[in-house]
Design a binder for this molecule. Structure first.
Ligand SMILES: [Fe+2]
Length: 213
């Protein structure tokens, strides 16, 4: 809960200070882009994304081995072989969720379109989108506007990536070539996935209810 509050405070401060750097002003080299098949990241009416590196430069926060050992690995809900998520707030009353997304090693989250805004705060490792040139390293804040459509990619040499995502509305999985909708995620599908996993792993289906608002 504390981390969510801190995240929201950071977002508010940044919005008020107008201290954003449009992503097209940043250049990164980690991803190779196929320029022969230009992929559209958003409708022309959509706002530009925001990428701010090094948001947390607090002087090296670290977790003790003792605290690390206390974490129950079952809180992480498996989503694919390399991807899992940890729900922090599943807000069914307002249609958004806040979760930690974790990739073990490199991986991809298929191309998807957001109906509503997304805030992302990179806590560990790095990631990016095939459709964008920027790379979100540890400490990077990213705002994704409604309409944004992208394919999340984590570098193969990244041992572990953890990012806090605040996702409002629907995340529509689309066909890579046609952009036809082929699936979706929202706070309710995330809730169902968490319930299913917590039941399977022995924490109990109701374990997730502490995160629902
Ligand atoms: Fe996304």
């Amino acid at each position: 809960m504390k981390s969510i509050v801190v995240f929201h405070v950071i977002c508010s401060l940044l919005i008020e200070s107008n201290a954003f750097t449009p992503s097209h002003h940043l250049s990164h080299q980690k991803f190779i882009h196929n320029t022969s098949t230009k992929i559209c990241a958003a409708p022309v009416e959509a706002l530009s994304d925001i990428v701010i590196p090094n948001v947390f430069n607090f002087g090296g926060h670290s977790i003790s081995e003792e605290d690390l050992a206390k974490e129950d690995p079952r809180v992480w809900v498996p989503q694919t072989d390399c991807l899992s998520f940890r729900p922090l707030c599943l807000c069914t009353s307002q249609g958004y969720y806040v979760n930690l997304l974790k990739f073990k090693g490199g991986g991809v989250l298929g191309r998807h379109r957001h109906s509503s805004p997304v805030h992302a705060f990179t806590l560990k490792g790095g990631w990016g989108y095939v459709e964008h040139e920027w790379h979100a390293d540890q400490g990077t804040y990213v705002f994704e506007p409604p309409g944004e459509t992208h394919t999340l990619i984590v570098d193969e040499d990244c041992e572990e990536m953890i990012t806090l995502f605040h996702v409002t509305g629907s995340l529509l999985y689309v066909d890579e070539k046609t952009d036809e909708v082929i699936g979706f995620d929202d706070v309710f599908s995330k809730l169902e996935k968490a319930k299913k996993w917590y039941k399977e792993c022995g924490l109990g289906e109701d374990y997730v209810q502490q995160f629902v608002r």
